[in-house]
Design a protein around this ligand. Structure first.
Ligand code: NAD
Length: 432
């Protein structure tokens, strides 16, 4: 397979000299670049640049001490031209409406990149889940669900886990929705426990997709994944399972981190031991046989593959010149700013963009929804095989598009995805 050509200069719209880190502005800049390549009509640009629906809700919750606390939550649907809105639910103190809008926008492009019949949505609640008990989280989740009830449903908008939400959160949402409707609606959320219509392979799907996309990228770089050194920022669902799967492919995970800091061992870190250690101590920091590093050190250390798998805006103009990895695989959504993208391309560092690299999660969410709607469930091997073929095909299509436009892979993915959504919007026509 031919190697990826050096990126041609990209027409980045001018932004303030200091980098603008607002995720919505970033999502719109990424869209504008693709819209230029596609020469989209100004009307279509306006439609695709802004979310279709935004709901803000108050979530009054009784805390364990008897007091009531009112949380703010959001659900955003960016676009539904190709199918129901689809996207995760985030619990984090730094959630903002602009972040949720950006994440919903990225979901539209992600589902289009892997060509599954969904649009894009996202939800968030401003809260600190680490300081809440399980029963407080349950009451908050159920009330949030009832507040966003008019928007969600198997044919409308289907939430899934994201940062600090998990299969249990999805079970509470599914139960609240089902109790209100009077029947069990398996297809209202994905990422559920297996006992209520979850899919085999969903928990590790995002990580598995990352690793498959990395394998494909390695082929184009004529680089071997076997023996490659990997540094992973964020040791949650995506990061910890990516560490395990990279290790299964005989790559060497030399550094991992979480919100409290990172650890390093040049001979490799055993991901299963790290998971057990984190489960006991709440962090990877202090894991025996490792030395401590900061999250900043992890990002700029010498390694073959860097996987940001935590939050947005971690590779910016502040540190991009110091990035030494040969490849950046975006496990997280939005970890790299548009200006940092250009610097990485100039340095010859291959970046696998989020809307491709972490699309394995939503792909198996789609499989879960299909299984729920048909009440017919697949084996883990079937799920993994189908996931791999979707990821390999998407990588190839993104790579071909990037080559065609002599652009880097993010632009290739955006041109592919935005083109698909624009086509769907145009062929449907404007209502009324
Ligand atoms: P998670 O809550 O399971 O894990 C997040 C991890 O990031 C935790 O280990 C946390 O300690 C760490 N973290 C938080 N703040 C950090 C910081 N400042 N520095 C370093 N580490 C920090 O979340 P997740 O589901 O693994 O999601 C991680 C990223 O992947 C997010 O950007 C999310 O949107 C994206 N993503 C997740 C999925 C999925 O299926 N879960 C799918 C696609 C994309």
């Amino acid at each position: 397979m031919a190697s990826i050509p050096k990126a041609a200069p990209q027409p980045i719209p001018r932004i303030a000299p200091r980098e603008d880190l607002n995720p919505l502005r970033i999502a719109q800049i990424q869209f504008d670049i693709a819209a230029e390549y596609l020469k989209l009509d100004p009307g279509i640009r306006q439609i695709l640049r802004t979310p279709k629906r935004v709901l803000e809700v108050s979530v009054p919750t009784k805390m364990d001490n008897g007091q009531i606390k009112v949380f703010t939550g959001y659900r955003v649907q960016h676009n539904v031209s190709r199918g129901p809105a689809k996207g995760g639910l985030r619990y984090h103190p730094n959630v903002t409406l602009d972040e949720v809008k950006a994440l919903a926008t990225w979901m539209t492009w992600k589902t289009a990149t892997v060509n599954i019949p969904y649009g894009g949505g996202k939800g968030g609640v401003i809260c600190d889940p680490k300081r809440m008990t399980k029963s407080e989280l349950e009451r908050m989740t159920r009330r949030y669900t009832s507040e966003i009830l008019p928007l969600i449903g198997p044919e409308q908008d289907i939430p899934a886990p994201d940062v600090y939400t998990d299969a249990q959160t999805m079970a509470w949402i599914m139960d609240t929705y089902s109790m209100t409707k009077g029947y069990s609606a398996l297809g209202v959320v994905t990422g559920k426990p297996l006992s209520i219509g979850g899919s085999e392979g969903r928990t590790e799907a995002t990580a598995r997709g990352c690793v498959v996309a990395t394998e494909e990228a390695c082929k184009t770089k004529k680089m071997s994944l076997r023996g490659a050194t990997v540094a992973i920022q964020g040791f949650g669902n995506v990061g910890s399972l990516a560490a395990r799967l990279f290790t299964e492919k005989k790559a060497r995970v030399v550094a991992i981190s979480d919100s409290r800091g990172g650890v390093f061992n040049s001979r490799g870190i055993d991901p299963l031991k790290a998971m057990r250690y984190k489960e006991r101590s709440g962090t990877v920091v202090g894991m025996p046989g490792t030395s401590r590093i900061s999250n900043d050190d992890l990002l700029t250390m010498k390694c073959d593959i860097l996987v940001p798998a935590a939050l947005e805006n971690v590779i910016t103009l502040n540190n991009v010149e110091q990035i030494k990895a040969k490849m950046v695989v975006e496990g997280a959504n939005g970890p790299t700013t548009p200006h940092a993208d250009e610097v990485l391309a100039r340095k010859g560092i291959l970046l696998l963009p989020d809307i491709l690299a972490n699309a394995g999660g939503v792909t198996v969410s789609y499989f879960e929804w299909v299984q729920d709607l048909q009440s017919f469930f697949w084996s883990e091997a079937e799920v993994n095989t189908k996931l791999e073929s979707v990821m390999r095909r998407a990588f190839q299509q993104v790579h071909d598009m990037a080559r065609k436009h002599r652009a880097h892979l993010r632009t290739g993915a955006y041109v592919l995805a935005v083109g698909r959504v624009a086509d769907a919007t145009l062929v449907r026509g404007l209502f009324p």
